[in-house]
Design a protein around this ligand. Sequence first.
Ligand code: E4P
Length: 218
Amino acid sequence: MKFFIDTANLSEIQQAQDMGVLDGVTTNPSLMAKEGISGVEKIIAHYKAICSIVDGDVSAEVISTNYEGMISEGLELVKIDPKIVVKVPMIADGVKAIRYFTDNGIRTNCTLIFSSGQALIAAKAGATYVSPFIGRLDDISTNGMDLIESIRVIYDNYGYETEILAASVRHPMHIIQCAQLGADVMTGPLSAISALIKHPLTDIGLAKFLADHAKSNK
Ligand code: E4P
């Protein structure tokens, strides 16, 4: 399973990279705004900075909601760095744009996926990644994991190569359940990734090992 970090915060991206388990980054307009990044020049510089930290894919989202606008934005985004994957919303013009990008060798992440039908259409258009938002489904009392399971079945039935990028991950159990269900990638906050490391018995066990070592090495 690939681990992406879902942030535009350079310090958090660096921390995840330093952990040695990072495969990529996802951003969105809200995450960029949270870091105070605005204006074309600053946005481009920020994506360059992110790409200089990570080895893997970096999703950069288009703002346009019409076909022509998405194409022109996407073509500019991919000039920034070969790691850039164009993130396109699941709307009719977005599907057309994904088909254009696919036909022109440009990788895409189809975002804001909330149903299996949307994931099926994205795969048919040739999306590299599809991003089902599991946390936001959980927020409205709908089991996000059911969506991951359903998309996995559909993609396996037909051999679609689109990777399931479980998004809107909020906590470590989301990551574990996505791994059990065969999501190809998960994107989540640093807190969820770091939480996978922790176990109280590990801490207790390590303290005992060190205490015993100290006793016999006085
Ligand atoms: C996905 O790529 C999105 O950036 C993200 O996972 C959304 O997560 P949220 O629901 O926590 O905002």
